[in-house]
Each structure stands twice: as C-alpha cells, then as structure tokens.
Write a protein that binds this ligand. Sequence first.
Ligand SMILES: Nc1nc2c(ncn2[C@@H]2O[C@H](COP(=O)(O)OP(=O)(O)OP(=O)(O)O)[C@@H](O)[C@H]2O)c(=O)[nH]1
Length: 420
Amino acid sequence: MQQHVLVIENGDNNLEIISRLVRRAGLTPVGATSLMEGRARFAQNTPETFLCAIIAYSLPDAPKGEAIDFAINAYIPTIATTESLDTLIRDKVLERDVVDYIPKENAQNYDYLIRLIARLEKNKSTGVVVVSTNRVQRTRTLSLLERHNFVVYECITASEAMSALSDHKHIRLVITDNTLPDMSGTVFVASLRKAFSKEQLAIMGIAGGQGMLMSAHFIKSGANDFLRIPYCHEEFLCRVMQNVEYIESVEAIRRAANTDYLTGLPNRRHFFYTVTMQHQQLSDEHALALIDLDFFKSINDTHGHDAGDAVLKAVAALIEFYFPDEIISRFGGEEFCIYLPDTPFSEAYERLDDFRKVVEAEAIELPKTTTHITCSIGMSGTTTQRIDNLISDADKQLYAAKNSGRNKVMFDKTAHLAFE
Ligand SMILES: Nc1nc2c(ncn2[C@@H]2O[C@H](COP(=O)(O)OP(=O)(O)OP(=O)(O)O)[C@@H](O)[C@H]2O)c(=O)[nH]1
C-alpha cells in the first residue's frame, strides 16, 4: 500500500502547511526543506511506498527545479509548487514530466492539491479511453493521463472504443476526437449515449480547427465537455478531474440512496428496483422469503443497542454469503428479504431451511460476549408472478411462523402440495 508523500518545501512554514494537507488526505508526509535532506529522507524509505512527491521549484540548494528532476528520475509522480503564478517558471516546470503544478497563491489552490493527491490513488482503478487517429495528439493525451495514474485505453476507431467499454467496467471517461475512421466523433457520442447516461460515463469531445460550432455540436450530441486542440496542459487536467469527480459523486449518491447504512445490504427501494428491472417477466419457478429475527428486542434490552446492531450486521453477512447470486435486501428493522429467481420451490425451501439452521448455530461476537439468535422465515412462490403479491403472501407465512413457535420456515401448503 503506497501511502508516503515526499514533501520538499522552501522553509519550515511551507513544509508544515503542505504536510498538514497531506495528512488531511490520509497520507503520511516525509518532509525536507532542501534537496540534500530530501535525498536522505527518500533513501531511508522504500521507494514503492511513495504515492507521489510535492516539490518546490526553488530551494536553497536547488534553485532551478533540480529537486523536481531528482523526484522524477526516482520515478515518483511529482507535483511541483511555485511561490506565485510566474509564466517563465510555469514554462520551466511544464517542460518536465510533472503531474501538475500548484502556485501557492490562495486557499483554493491548496484545496486543488488535496483533491489531486487523493485522485492519484483513486485513478489507479479508473479507466479512461482516448479515441483519436492523430498519433501525436493521442500520445500526448495518454502521457498526461498516465502521469495521473489513470488506467488508459488507446483506440483509433469508435468500434475499438466500444469494445474497450464493454470489456472494462471501470471506465469513467471517454475522450474522443471528431475525425474517426468509422464514424464522426459526434455520431459516436450520440451512439454511446444510448448505452450510457451522462451520469454513468463522462465524454469529452476534442477537435482542432477554427470552427466555433464544434463544441456545441459535441455537447448537443451528448458530450459532457469539449476542449479545442491544442489545449493547455492545466486546463486539460482540471477538466478531466472535474468530469471524473462528477461521475464518482453521482455513483456515491446512488450507492447511499440504495444501501442500508447499517448492514451495507441493498435497501427496500433498491430491492424493488432490481427485481422489477431484472425480472420484468417473473419466471414460474421462483421464490421469495421474508426473514425476521426472533425476540430481537431482547438482544437490545439485554446487551444494548450496539449489540443489536452487531447481530443485524452478522445476519446480513450470512445472507450475503449464503445467497451470493440472489437479490437480497434489509427491508427494515430486523427483517430481511431474499428473491430467488429461476429456482424450483423445493430447492428454495431447502436452502432457506439450511440457512435457518446456520443462523441458529452461529455464535455472534459482541464486544463483551457472544450470543445466539434464531429467525422465522415466510416463503411464497410459484402461485403468483407479481412481486407485491409475493411479498404479502410471504408476510402471511412469516406471521404464521411467528405464531406457531418461531425458528421455522413456513409456506402455503395448499399451494405447494406437490412438494409436500
Ligand atoms: N439495535 C437495533 N435495533 C433495531 C433496529 N431496527 C429496529 N430495531 C429494534 O428491533 C426490535 C423489534 O422488536 P419486535 O418488533 O418486538 O420484534 P422481536 O423482539 O424480534 O419479536 P418477534 O419478531 O415477535 O420475534 C425493536 O426493539 C426495535 O427497536 C436497528 O437498526 N438496530
């Protein structure tokens, strides 16, 4: 796990500020205030533990970016810092293969620095597709992305890009030129939008020439963003970061809206969405189970609410383990639901009864002790194709299981005689 950041800054004050930001990003700074000290600190650590380096352009013993060269030659992704936005120094910095450079001018620049270092770790699992027939342009774009640790896919045609997208689920951004051999960039964008919404996949159009309409054309075809070639290094990286962060924020919101906060299982809302989207036509051979923990209130009363939470998490983990291919959910409180598609009722019954025995046998670890719990299960199945009927039928059976002694699986015997 890479988690060190080599920080070589001009003076103790700057070093302290940058080190604090690095710690806020959850990483460990290895600090120095001169190139000589930086070399020594670097030599004391394993090179692979460095996620990146943040290096001042000008240091007392390295006035012209020599410390930046040192870090780049040691194969560490390097972010350069400068005292101010000076175009001459900027050009000197960008002649080198730096990840980015930050003028230490205002708080927003420091905020950008934190986002940038957090991204360097996340980018290792974020895919970006670059589609262009222009080799020089494509290579330049890929090199900038690689410096940011993105996993990059180089494509010349739209169809190559389509297959990269279907093979690699971690792709979050497509950067496409307008002139492609098999279709125009804007037609490609429009066809991508049939498969991926703007919230699932970001698309940036790029095009050269003087035509002012190309950006509008790309955006009307479904692109999230557009950049004119030749683009400036910094603008390109800021836009890439913004587009990828947008997709990730939507994913995070969607995950939070669909997940039960305590157990991490899908919630009731997501359960209905998944069942109805994936199984618009429910099959004849299917089953649904409502699982309710027995006398759960007494766990809370005896061991406290945290212990109750621990029991819910333990049972949720068992459900995930024993029903990895089924649609599972925490319905609320101490009630869980499992939908078993394409499963004969007798097989579903056996699996659920085995699960009931697993729960009964499980010693659940609490902070100061272990405890045991049982569950009651109501099942429904083949008699109906409607999810709301399946749930109300299972609920009646669950009620019956609770009223006839608990710790059992019940189903409507008149409806499932063959299996009885
Ligand atoms: N710790 C904890 N308790 C919860 C949570 N959600 C619901 N509960 C508690 O679960 C308990 C459910 O109690 P009851 O409905 O009486 O059910 P029970 O004690 O399991 O009894 P039976 O279902 O009849 O076997 C209530 O005390 C709720 O406060 C939660 O997220 N965490």
